[in-house]
Ligand binder design. Structure first.
Ligand code: ZN
Ligand code: ZN
Ligand code: ZN
Ligand code: ZN
Ligand code: ZN
Ligand code: ZN
Ligand code: ZN
Length: 531
């Protein structure tokens, strides 16, 4: 569907200076994320993977003064989350390393002896041979075995898929120095050494909560790293796909992940339900949907019950071409809903209400993106080429900017109906104390939704009519002012809706849910990491 795709068509920067100040300006600034967080999304390719990994490794190596394999072990232990490492710094270096199963180098005589007196003989406790010190290896933990035994140990470990190899000594928790592993393996089993290297690199993607593969299909081959350690956020990959970093579906805020998943599962039923509502009636006895065939308005259900097709009421079987015995329904009666509670049909009607709105806004998004977008670009091009006009008039950035916000708010609106369908459908368990709060918060939410809807339509209309290149200067100034004000309002309303959903509504649920923060410009863009 159109609303699911995201393409980066325009690159521009929002310059707050040229936007008129109004009452909502303070609020926006308060809600804006700190600037350094914005740049903390990186796209990693096969080529830049070593660079990405090395960055994190050297940070930890410098921070704790440890070797590379120790830094790696620590990072794998914390699933490569730098914030996890920083959070535990106050425990002290030793404690932190010990918790991760890292043994620091002890002053061991063996290693020293090995380098100064290679002819000395030691006994290897694995092969029980006497070996000259020149061909034995002592690990950080102080355990010493002959090179051949170590090599076989490494071989078996890599063979079985291990990227972290423990010492050979029974019960020694230390991880082997990866430089030693690499060096010994490459002498005898160069293929295994390569495989080991690959394991180490891949660990950065597999054991890493901050890095995920872009879910684009066909796959763009990039992995995205979120440096903030945030889980509930939306990212735009350089391949133009925007996705939710938590559930990996296409971006869906302000609808929470689990609700979005339910909604999509149900969405396939959407058209089906519409058809049932339009073409069938429910049997007054068994409530099954009945389809009419033939011209006669007395219809008989499989359960045996007869009904009048005109009003849906139950009747007897006795009828002529023009009337049903004992039944008349020509007079208009007020809805008798509730008396003949057809709950499944009501459920469908309720679903249709939300589905229609979800789809209408989604379709509008598609048109505004594919038709209005190029139109606006062309108008801006013409306007900017009109050198007879003053520079400030020729600048058409405001149109592009407003258009971008229009697209984002359109999606917010569309998805807000998916959220509302489940939030107010009684299917999600709410806290017992939250029942009263739900009604209040629902009112607030629906007011916001209504207002947002109105302003988004106004913005859409304004942009569709803003043929700036053909407008006199005074009109351009006016249209620009209107657009800037509308954009601000729409932005404020979206922000408030996100806040209402997160703080007022989702908090009422027994199972907590979190949504990504509102970004007026759409999901944060990941930058390509250069190798
Ligand atoms: Zn040995
Ligand atoms: Zn050991
Ligand atoms: Zn991608
Ligand atoms: Zn999600
Ligand atoms: Zn029936
Ligand atoms: Zn008949
Ligand atoms: Zn009737």
């Amino acid at each position: 569907m159109a609303s699911d795709e995201e393409e980066e068509e325009y690159g521009y920067f929002y310059d707050d200076d040229d936007a008129e100040e109004d009452a909502s300006a303070g609020l926006e600034q308060a809600a804006a994320p700190p600037p350094e967080r914005r740049a903390d999304y990186w796209a990693i390719t096969q080529e830049s993977l070593p660079t990405a990994q090395k960055e994190d490794l050297s940070t930890v190596m410098n921070l704790l003064n440890v070797k590379q394999h120790q830094a790696r072990a620590l990072l794998i232990h914390h699933r490569w989350r730098m914030d996890g490492v920083y959070d535990r710094l106050d425990k002290g270096r030793e404690r932190m390393l010990r918790d991760a199963g890292i043994v620091l180098q002890e002053n061991n005589i063996m290693a020293a002896t090995g380098s100064t007196m290679p002819w000395r003989i030691m006994h290897c406790n694995v092969c029980f041979e006497d070996i000259p010190m020149g061909v034995v290896l002592t690990m950080d933990c102080g355990h010493c075995f002959c090179n051949d035994c170590w090599t076989q140990h490494f071989y078996a470990a890599v063979e079985s898929g291990k990227k972290q190899i423990r010492c050979m000594e029974v019960k020694c928790p230390a991880f082997c120095d990866e430089d030693h592993v690499r060096r010994l393996l490459s002498r005898k089993y160069p293929e295994m050494a390569k495989r080991f290297n690959r394991f180490l690199l891949e660990s950065y993607l597999e054991d890493n909560d901050s890095v995920k593969w872009c879910p684009s299909a066909p796959n763009c081959g990039r992995a995205i790293r979120v440096g903030t350690g945030e889980r509930y956020c939306e990212v735009e990959c350089p391949c133009s796909l925007s996705f939710c970093f938590n559930c990996m579906a296409h971006a869906h805020s302000p609808c929470p992940c689990t609700i979005w998943e339910k909604w999509n599962a149900k969405r396939t039923e959407g058209e089906n339900i519409k058809w049932i509502l339009a073409n069938t009636k429910s049997c007054p006895k068994c409530f099954k949907a009945i389809e009419k065939n033939g011209g006669c308005n007395l219809v008989r259900c499989n359960c045996g019950q007869c009904m009048c097709w005109l009003c849906g009421g139950g009747t007897g079987l006795d009828h002529t071409w023009t009337s049903i015995a004992g039944h008349s329904c020509n007079r208009y009666k007020e809805e008798t809903r509730g008396k003949t509670a057809d709950s499944s049909r009501e459920q469908m009607q309720r679903y249709k209400h939300y589905y229609d709105r979800f789809k209408i806004h989604g379709d509008s998004y598609g048109v505004e993106k594919q038709k209005l977008g190029p139109t606006l670009l062309e108008r801006v091009r013409l306007l900017e080429a009109d050198l007879k006009r003053p520079l400030t008039i020729r600048d058409g950035d405001w149109l592009i900017r407003a258009h971008r916000r229009l697209l984002v708010s359109r999606q917010v609106l569309s998805r807000s109906y998916a959220f509302a369908y489940y939030m107010f459908g009684g299917e999600l368990r709410t806290r017992p104390c939250g029942r009263a709060g739900l009604a209040v918060a629902r009112n607030l939410f629906e007011d916001q939704q209504e207002q947002l809807e109105q302003h988004v339509e106004r913005l859409s209309e304004l942009l569709a009519g803003a043929d700036a290149a053909a407008m006199p200067e005074a009109e351009i100034v006016q249209a620009k002012q209107k657009a800037v004000t509308l954009v601000k309002t729409v932005e404020r309303l979206c922000g408030e809706m996100y806040k209402c959903i997160q703080d007022e509504l989702l908090t009422l649920l027994v199972e907590p849910m979190t949504i990504a923060a509102y970004r007026p410009d759409g999901p944060d863009k990941a930058e390509e990491l250069t190798a």
